[in-house]
Write a protein that binds this ligand. Sequence first.
Ligand SMILES: [Zn+2]
Length: 388
Amino acid sequence: MNSRYPIDTALTTQYLQQMVQINSVNPGLAASGVGEGAIAEWLYQTCLALGLEVQFQETAPNRPNVIARWVGSGGGKSLLLTGHTDVVSVENMQSDPFDGRIENGRLYGRGSYDMKGGLASILGAVAALKAANFQPAGDIWLGFVTDEEYLSLGTDALVTAIQPDAAILTEPTDVQICVAHKGFAWLTLTTYGKATHGSRYTEGVDAITHMQYLLKMISTLEQKVFVDDLHPLLGRNSVHASLISGGLGLSTYPDQCRLQIEHRYLPDLGADEIIRLWQDEIDDLTKTIPDFKASVKLDFERPGYEIERDAPIVQTMHQAFREIMQTEPPYMGMYAWLDSAIMGRAGIPTVILGPGGAGMHAAVEYVHIHDVVACAAIIAQATADWVS
Ligand SMILES: [Zn+2]
């Protein structure tokens, strides 16, 4: 690597290992989750030791964001380096999820890949800039946020506290520049029948059987409607059934059937259009199927995100990548949802870059230490170029 701000590999690895060794399982996902309090305390102290101004921002009881600021001398653009501190549940992991052991250049443990590797890249980058006596003109913000794996309380709060000119999010991208990700929506579809004794076919209306028409609509969307609209980085829109329930007893016509579904969609689509799609279908079915009655309800949604390749922060990242890696950067889109959508909606242009590894949300998780250091070098370079 060819860096003006050489990364201290030992220090960066130590940051990574110490963070992986701190349990920060999201309590929204697992009843036994301890939350982000302990890792927030560690980050607070580490940022203080780096000479930054630091504050907590409470997002839920004992679940603070950590917001650090390297105050610029004035006149430059500000930048936010950000990532989430929570990890998913450790059930079914094959060995101690928090040992942080190192083998063959990989560091193992829950959250190593998603995304304490990315947090270590941020800290390694700032440590390198400090060691090189770099003097920013614009402010450098560090935002370590809670709850990305559940409701994103952390980033929702962060964007109310600061308004940087751009952001780098260090979710794992296998050292590629990520410029787009999908949005999603959770919906409940309910069909309504008429509960009567099972012998009274002249009166009963079977809500479960009526759900077939909405299930068929899922197949139609998957096989006909969504197939042609292909995004170069994100594939297509998709929908699937998640949970179904209904019925009162063996000898009773079911009065209701509830189907919960999930849509994953491209950045140009929104939850309003998804709702309209279902409402139109329900209206048609109500006209054509005797006694058909149904409703659609939106339970939760997050928009997709996309940033232009010629956006200044993407260009800055592109140049830094070329300079450090001595090759053209690969670009990618993320099928999964990321906090960048919240920042984008808040008017903060965001680009995503993080290390490679494997086992996100799986039984064995690791991150490549070499990638963590490479990302740190790229981020240090991009940060210096942006805030100068
Ligand atoms: Zn993540």
